[in-house]
Design a protein around this ligand. Structure first.
Ligand code: NDP
Length: 247
């Protein structure tokens, strides 16, 4: 049924956090562009639905990015099934906003473990394969990777960390043909805010969503496809993409 040009035909991608939101949209878009896609997350039932909706072959993989053996197994399963790895999309993330004072610090551990360490683990495990294929690492950072706000200190710290790690990675691997793309979305309609346990923060985020035309996951997927589809000598290193209505 595809009428999308198959620009990624022959390529293999691994998308973390592909069971909902941006990751799901990216996995579907990469598949529609001809890539074979391994889709990782903890909710396998949701991944099975993504695989059913995809235009091409999608391999659902149970994956917890905060658990290093799980990450290594997912990378190995991708390469075993598809024979190579060209694109790693580090998308899995949680945003458990709240004030620093009196915070439940186990939520800090979840954010650092998922958003920051998870991204590092997946990059580490995938890098030998990406160096072989001269592939691309896409990092789902955030506008919070550029500007920290009250009530989002730890989330912002993880995304600033992702940006720092990505720039180091870029300097280490770009001349060996591996491209690093940092994508920094503004407010995008997904289930991200539904997982915030602090009621005030969740209500504030939900309220914000009613005040603007938010981005949709497909908008971010289009930005990812743009970067990944460039010729080998073009490295799109950073994409900041906000809703027009977000000041
Ligand atoms: P969603 O909550 O819809 O998606 C988050 C995804 O991450 C889910 O698929 C979830 O799957 C997965 N995930 C969470 N924890 C883990 C884990 N430990 N291991 C593996 N997968 C995990 O939110 P979004 O689509 O909005 O978020 C995707 C990324 O985009 C995040 O990194 C987020 O920070 C970033 N972002 C989002 C913005 C927004 O406004 N929505 C703005 C800027 C950046 P499962 O629960 O099945 O494991």
């Amino acid at each position: 049924m595809s009428n999308t040009s198959q620009t990624l035909s022959g390529k293999v991608a691994l998308v973390t956090g592909a069971s909902s939101g941006i990751g799901e949209a990216v996995a579907l878009a990469l598949s529609a562009a001809g890539a074979k896609v391994a889709a990782g997350a903890r909710r396998l039932d949701r991944l099975a639905t993504v695989a059913e909706r995809a235009e091409g072959e999608v391999l659902p993989l149970e994956l917890d990015v905060s658990d290093q053996p799980s990450v290594r197994a997912a990378v190995a399963a991708t390469v075993e099934r598809f024979g190579r790895l060209d694109v790693l999309v580090n998308n899995a993330g949680v945003m458990l906003n709240g004030l620093i004072e009196g915070a439940d610090t186990t939520e800090w551990e979840r954010m650092v473990g998922t958003n920051l360490l998870g991204t590092m683990y997946a990059t580490h495990a995938a890098l030998p394969h990406l160096l072989e294929s001269k592939g691309t690492v896409v990092q789902l950072s955030s506008t919070s990777g550029r500007i920290a706000n009250a009530g989002a200190g730890v989330y912002a710290a993880t995304k600033f960390g992702v940006n720092a790690f990505s720039e180091s990675l870029r300097q280490e691997v770009t001349t060996r043909g591996v491209r690093v793309v940092v994508v920094e979305p503004g407010f995008t309609s997904t289930e991200l805010i539904d997982h915030i346990s602090d009621q005030g923060s969740r209500a504030m985020a939900a309220q914000l969503a009613t005040q603007m035309r938010t981005l949709q996951p497909a908008d971010i997927a289009a930005a990812v496809l743009y970067a990944v589809g460039q010729p080998a000598h073009v490295a799109v290193n950073e994409i900041l993409i906000r809703p027009t209505d977000q000041s």
